[in-house]
Every structure is written in structure tokens, then in C-alpha cells.
Ligand binder design. Structure first.
Ligand SMILES: [Zn+2]
Length: 223
């Protein structure tokens, strides 16, 4: 992305921004353009367009360019999983401007295209997560039968939704040393069974905790 001082292009008229979007699309021979393409070829920056028009989607609409060039075939699951990963890295809800490379695999505009608005994407993500929360507690598995083959009621694997729920509960910090990726990017968090699954521990919220990779290795290799 081009280096740009805040508000440097505040005074560029809308028309000129739109004109430039159109001319870049023309130059590239495309019906639509991505942020990256615009930043490489445009006079201004995609951030300027974003701020002016509220979203990349809106900017393309104003310029009468196609709004669905962002791959429509990214599975919803991947979009959510990516959101989960950046949420964990930040230790909080990601902001629209932050959702871009290298932090995020997909640009916020991709979420907008898919869900209508960034807000709606976040809402959909949360409701997806919340669904998981209700099925992963001790209370929920209380009446389940133990599987004869595994001697467990739950599977050993922790899916990414459950991982997120546990980390959110633990404030995206290691339960032992308190470190977090938000303050130290070298920290990688894991979710760990408190009572090892191999020893009869179940994969439920109550038996899971957030640990950093260092503390996790220190704790046990048997997990
Ligand atoms: Zn730790």
C-alpha cells in the first residue's frame, strides 16, 4: 500500500476519485479492480477511496464497476476462520481498516461483498460461534452416551469455533503466564484439555483452557 499521510487527499473531489478508479480499470482492461490493483496503478490510495465512500464496495458502485470480482467461491467457513484468527491475534474485535494483508488473508471488502456490510459479517460470525457454545458444555453432554469405541462422549479434536470461545473466555491470554499475541506477536495460543483427553477428559468448555505454545509444551507432551 502507498504511504499516505492521514487526510492528505481529503480535498480531492469525489468525481476525480471515481474517474481515477474507472481509468485504472480501463488501463487494466478489467470490469472491476481490487484494492491491490488500485494501489499499484491509481493516483490515490484505496484507503482514500474507502474513507470517502465508506467501503470499497461502495466506491466500485459509484464508479459503476462490477462489485463481485472478489472471489465468490471462498467458503463461508474460510472467511469465518480467517476472522477468528485475526480476532485472536488482536485479542479483540477487528476493525474494518485492519482487515487486510498481512494480518488478514482476505480484505474487509470481501466480507462486505459476501455479507452486505462489515457489521453483518461480524454478526453472522458471532451467531455461528454462539451456536457452538451451546453444544460444547458439560451440561449439554450430560445425557450423552459414552461411545464404546473411544470411551468418550466427545471427540478429541477442538474445532476452531470452540477454540475461539475458550480463548475469548480467557481474554485471549495464556492462563499460566498471561502473555498474548496482542502484546507479543511471537506468542501463539493453543487450547488445551485441562484433564487430558487420553485420561478421560472431555472436549467441553469447562475442561479447556488457553495456553501459549511454551507453557503448553512445559505442561505435558502426552496430550
Ligand atoms: Zn504461557
Amino acid at each position: 500500500m502507498k504511504f499516505e499521510l492521514d487526510n492528505y487527499h481529503r480535498n480531492i473531489p469525489d468525481d476525480l476519485l471515481i474517474e481515477d478508479l474507472v481509468s485504472v480499470a480501463k488501463k487494466l482492461g478489467k470490469g472491476s479492480i481490487t484494492h491491490e490493483e488500485y494501489n499499484l496503478n491509481g493516483k490515490y490510495s484505496s484507503t482514500t477511496c474507502l474513507r470517502r465512500f465508506g467501503s470499497w464496495f461502495n466506491a466500485l458502485e459509484k464508479a459503476q464497476l462490477q462489485k463481485t470480482r472478489t472471489p465468490a467461491n471462498i467458503p463461508e467457513e474460510d472467511l469465518f476462520k480467517n476472522l477468528e484468527e485475526i480476532w485472536i491475534k488482536l485479542g479483540r474485535q477487528p476493525r474494518y481498516q485492519e482487515v487486510q494483508k498481512p494480518l488478514s488473508k482476505y480484505h474487509a471488502g470481501t466480507y462486505e461483498n459476501r455479507f452486505g456490510t462489515w457489521r453483518k459479517a461480524l454478526e453472522k460470525f458471532i451467531s455461528y460461534i454462539n451456536n457452538e457454545e451451546t453444544v460444547s458444555s458439560e451440561e449439554e453432554i450430560k445425557d450423552l452416551e459414552v461411545e464404546p469405541s473411544t470411551l468418550h462422549k466427545t471427540k478429541r479434536g477442538i474445532n476452531w469455533r470452540l477454540r475461539f470461545i475458550v480463548m475469548r473466555r480467557d481474554n485471549f491470554k495464556c492462563k499460566i503466564c498471561g502473555r498474548s499475541p496482542a502484546t507479543d506477536p511471537s506468542i501463539v495460543l493453543h487450547v488445551d484439555h485441562i484433564k487430558a483427553w487420553a485420561n478421560g477428559g472431555e472436549t467441553v468448555l469447562e475442561n479447556l483452557q488457553t495456553l501459549c505454545s511454551k507453557c503448553n509444551i512445559g505442561k505435558s507432551d502426552l496430550e
